[in-house]
Design a protein around this ligand. Structure first.
Ligand code: NAD
Length: 507
């Protein structure tokens, strides 16, 4: 059975659970519609799994771990070599599913899949990544070495905004390091995630090694509490991530949470004007601002403040529409609830005294009158204390602030609670270096607006944007998904014979 199949009674497809290698229909009574945000068409129904189904997924993962942990590293790697090929072959189909349920444009949906594909390629190189260390002759005839061994059953909880990339940040690296996995995708857009899971099974991931349960708060809490889950990787909002971190840590798990953002870009007056404004508009309004790395605040330093009219013109030139239409730059927001929240925040921005330089409410999108569209919106004169500054809007709304100097701009950014991503636009190497040294933010861009690190590095974050020590991919995640075992070994022979010794030191 496929991950999504149509139930004859309702004519609406149901999204399946993946348990023990089988795509199965949930027995739950609680379901949610998966809705196309450009048309409000119901694409499928997703179940909120029962406790028994979560338990069954974990039990299958636990059973599969017994053999999977012993599988040769090369055999594990080759599955991901095949998997990356299958993802490439299905790129168009994956992007189409993603756009239908999430809204972003087709080229951007391909980007979403591609950034995940890069992690799959990285997983295929695990032979060079999961390496221990060895110190020869730490004492007479004694060697010390480390083994990086898988933990057991790990789990991942993902957000709606990158339904391909973020699941692919998680399960390939967890599985290739020898763990088994239970994934809980976003209930808003689980279909592309499930197609990726089908392809993973086709690539050769054995039954029980990858499992999927759907749901919301109750299923997430069941994962946090489950005694047989060893580690959880979470990506989503700060509120939910903090809850997951606290609850799962208390239950003795290893946890990493990548969370919310308010990403600032500094524009210095010596920046390359046209390229900086292009980058700013792309990063603020692309994916309708629903990227954790969207630039949602720009701090204009000195004479860069005079560039507001040019920025507004660039924003106005972006085409709002359904993600499936050619030439569209800004798709719909993911849900009616997101639309209501973003438009209410724009209203509050006006009421709280910010200057509305460009109002993206009520864009004209012929043929898609029911879609959740908000066009590029720009506020200037934004100050801390205003709701549009204090909250993560997660929509195509750019807040502009002023600063006299780079010092003042850095101070503004470091005073914001979030530390996910930031960027500076300048032609001065000294200013850029100063920024990289003094800014307290995880991802730092220098004339690069959305610095999502490539998989040789790890995604990170500081302050309210991240809890836990290690990142979700890259070198750090190999440590996250493994237990370091340190072995100190001596093999007796006449040359290394020693007498009886009651001290702690090795001789
Ligand atoms: P969300 O926190 O609402 O949902 C994330 C996951 O948590 C989903 O799987 C959801 O089902 C589950 N969840 C929702 N409410 C819950 C609750 N009360 N208790 C337990 N679990 C719950 O996030 P979202 O709206 O899907 O995604 C957008 C957020 O994710 C933004 O804040 C964005 O900045 C953040 N994000 C961060 C990164 C990063 O790497 N730092 C990347 C992408 C998105």
């Amino acid at each position: 059975m496929d991950a999504t199949t149509t139930t004859p009674a309702t004519k609406v497809a149901t999204v399946k659970l993946l348990i023990g290698g089988e795509f199965v229909e949930s027995k739950t009574s609680e379901w949610r519609d998966v809705v196309n945000p450009a048309t409000q068409e119901v694409l499928a129904r997703v179940p909120f799994a029962t406790q028994a189904e979560v338990d069954a997924a974990v039990a299958c993962a636990q059973e599969a771990f017994k053999t999977w942990r012993k599988t040769a590293i090369g055999a594990r790697a080759r599955i991901f070599l095949k998997y990356q090929q299958l993802i490439r072959e299905h790129m168009g189909e994956l992007a189409a599913i993603l756009t239908a349920e999430q809204g972003k444009t087709l080229p951007d949906a391909e980007g979403d899949v591609f950034r995940g594909l890069e992690v799959v390629e990285h997983a295929a190189g695990i032979g060079n990544l999961q390496l221990g260390e060895l110190a020869n002759n730490v004492a007479n005839g004694v060697d010390t070495y480390t083994l990086l061994q898988p933990l057991g059953v790990c789990a991942g909880i993902t957000p709606f905004n990158f339904p391909a990339m973020i699941p692919l940040w998680m399960f390939p690296m967890a599985i290739v390091t020898g763990n088994t996995f239970v994934l809980k995708p976003s209930e808003q857009d689980p279909m592309v995630t499930m197609r990726l899971c089908e392809l993973a099974i086709e690539a050769g991931i054995p039954p029980g090694v990858l499992n999927v349960v759907h749901g919301g708060e109750a299923v997430v809490n069941a994962i946090c509490d489950h005694k047989n889950i060893k580690a959880i990787s979470f990506v989503g909002s700060t509120k939910v991530g903090t809850h997951v971190y606290n609850r799962a840590s208390l239950a003795g798990k290893r946890v990493q949470c990548m969370m919310g953002a308010k990403n600032h870009a500094i524009v210095m007056p010596d920046a390359h004007k046209d390229q900086s404004l292009n980058a700013l508009a792309g990063a603020s309004f692309g994916a309708a601002g629903q990227r954790c790395m969207a630039v949602s605040t720009a701090v204009l330093v000195g004479d860069a403040r005079k560039w507001i009219p040019d920025l507004v013109e660039k924003a106005k030139s972006l085409k709002v529409g359904a993600g499936t239409e050619k030439g569209v730059d800004v798709g719909p927001l993911v849900s009616c609830a997101a639309f209501d929240r973003v438009t209410a925040l724009i209203e509050r921005g006006v009421a709280e005294g910010a200057t509305l330089e460009l109002d993206g409410r009520k864009p004209n999108v012929p043929g898609y009158e029911k879609g959740n569209f908000v066009g590029p919106t720009i506020f200037s004169g934004v100050k801390p204390g205003m709701s549009i500054y204090d909250q993560e809007i997660f929509g195509p709304v750019l807040c502009l602030m002023d600063a006299e100097s780079i010092d003042e701009a850095i101070e503004i950014i470091n005073a914001n609670p979030n530390g996910n991503g930031t960027a500076i636009f300048t032609q001065s190497g000294a200013a850029a270096r100063r920024f990289q040294e003094d800014i307290d933010v995880g991802q730092v861009g220098i004339n690069v607006p959305i610095p999502v690190p490539v998989p040789m590095f790890s995604f990170t974050g500081s302050r309210a944007s991240k809890l836990g020590d290690l990142g979700p991919y890259g070198k750090q995640v190999v440590l996250f998904y493994t237990q370091t075992k340190t072995v100190t070994a001596r093999w007796f022979d006449d040359a290394t014979a020693h007498g009886l010794n009651t001290t702690i030191s090795l001789k």
